[in-house]
Ligand binder design. Sequence first.
Ligand code: PLP
Length: 404
Amino acid sequence: MKPEDRSVVRRTTPPPSETTPLVTPLFPSVVYCAEDADALDAVYEGRAGGYSYAREGHPNASVLADKISWMEGAGQGVMTASGMAAISAVFLALLEKGDHIVAGNQLYGRCLRLLTQDLPRMGFEASLVDASDVAAVEAALRPETKLLLVEVVANPTLRVADIKGLARLAKERGMIFVVDNTFTTPRAFRPFDHGADLVVHSVTKLLAGHSDVTLGYVGARDPGHATALYDAITTWGLNASPFDCWLAERGLNTFDLRFQRAQENAKALADHLRGLPGVLRVLYPGEADHPDGALARDLLQGNFSHMVSFELDADRAGVNAFVRAAGNIAFAPTLGDVGTTISHPASSSHRGLTVEGRAALGISEGFIRVSVGVEDIDLLTREFTAAVAAARRAATRPETREVG
Ligand SMILES: *Cc1c(COP(=O)(O)O)cnc(C)c1O
């Protein structure tokens, strides 16, 4: 090529290299160029590997989906723009006119909204039931029930779904069994090993782990489901961005270490909170006083994950004092960050419910949810001791002052 024939616009080829990068390169490209029309045919028809248009797939999504699928034991998996996009993709891919859904009644807040407001608007009915009670789930089934959706450990009460019983029921009735494994992660629980058909994740949380990406994943056992999910994600535009996938892959490198440390801290923090005056009850799955303790021990085999909830004997003034006194702990309505975060369901995730509605789930004004991170446990116990004491001092109710 003569120098004057060379274009500095676009037509670049990377320099040849005998070496390969250790880190997966970031591929922000929206399009991929083919040699000719035959080569493009080969890619579209699956006879050759490759990509054509980023909404339809890109290397960063493929690499990340394969890693998560391997961790979960999924046949195939797809990345989505968020955890909610993953859940939406399941419905958009698999529901048909007239189908009914049964789901846990303590799902992630937006998921509950999707089931109770948005899907009914489009003609799909959903019944919400206690997922730890197989008989209650069975009673909610109809001949047209197509899909059963539960979270393994529910937010924020940390109730545990009877996954084995539900899997049996789903199989008997020919329903698609979908498990949201965000709180447990494949390190604590692998739903495919226990009969799930689909597993969804908010990768935003523990798997990515640094609160800097919003991303989801759906894994399937059945190749037909995987194809339907891929088509729904591509058609409805629920695809993940290359940069988010790239960051999440980086986060995943340390997932195992983060999870182990956070889980150890969570257990220690739960024990510590139990001994503090002003703490009415502590919820940590697997403990003898947890409502689903036996179920949790059977399913999770000692991996009770990183979430701890507890109830302060406090009103709003006490909660505010608690949050302000815990200066090293972020008050943030998320979970799965590398650092510990606290959330207050009554003013965030569950603010849409009435006081009575929250009470029915066991969520009072003093209910606090902790997503435990990897900090030094001594720092955490110091912070929580001081914060609980501050809540007691600030509580305005007379009976609170007399406790302890
Ligand atoms: C956060 C979360 C979601 C939604 O995920 P986004 O990435 O925020 O869309 C779904 N399920 C559970 C259990 C979650 O914690």
